[in-house]
Design a protein around this ligand. Structure first.
Ligand SMILES: [Zn+2]
Length: 185
């Protein structure tokens, strides 16, 4: 059965190609279009991507609402604050770095960040709602940044050595959570 034609909002921009994005939390469809592309062509393009759009909207609908400040967030923060030190103690020697300080923050674009100079790593509070092995992956990822700050061959070599299946975990982390396709800091 073909997917129904979705509603969409068009923004005209100085871009070369048509682009469709599906925005959480409501799954709104936005189309970015060059000035010269007709309404008709945009409609045809959206229609041709209807199945892809429906799939993304379904995925977004399954995501939990973002964490708001309050008792739940406080409880999750306490849980995460307890869960992280043993992971740092276990993984810092394996990665080959000293145990860094850490903080927990609500973030919308990152699972974690690493301030190499201050030797401080920051974790997204949302990790408290994800599987423990995904938190573990982010811990190892941020520790690896203490060796190599960029996402380059050297960084991936550190990750491959420490956590050979890290790519699977990154994939799992970026699917089915509130932090949709968050970059990994
Ligand atoms: Zn990173």
């Amino acid at each position: 059965m073909p997917s129904p034609m979705p509603d969409y909002v068009v923004t005209r921009k100085r871009v070369k190609n048509l682009r469709i994005t599906v925005k959480p939390p409501a799954g709104e469809v936005r189309v970015t279009a060059p000035a010269f592309v007709s309404e008709r062509a945009i409609r045809d393009f959206v229609a041709s991507r209807a199945e892809w759009i429906a799939k993304h909207q379904a995925r977004i609908a399954l995501q939990p609402a973002p964490l708001e400040p309050g008792p739940d967030a406080n409880r999750l923060r306490r849980e995460l604050r307890r869960a992280i030190p043993p992971l740092l103690a276990e993984w810092a020697p394996r990665v080959g770095v000293p145990i860094p300080d850490f903080t927990i923050r609500r973030m919308t674009t990152r699972w974690g960040t690493c301030n190499v100079r201050a030797r401080r790593v920051t974790f997204n509070l949302e990790l408290a709602r994800r599987e423990p092995e995904l938190l573990e992956y982010v811990v190892v990822h941020e520790l690896a940044h203490l060796i190599e700050s960029g996402h380059n061959q050297r960084f991936y070599a550190v990750m491959d050595r420490a956590l050979p299946d890290w790519r699977l975990k990154r994939k799992a982390l970026n699917h089915g959570g509130i932090a949709r396709d968050l970059a990994d800091g």
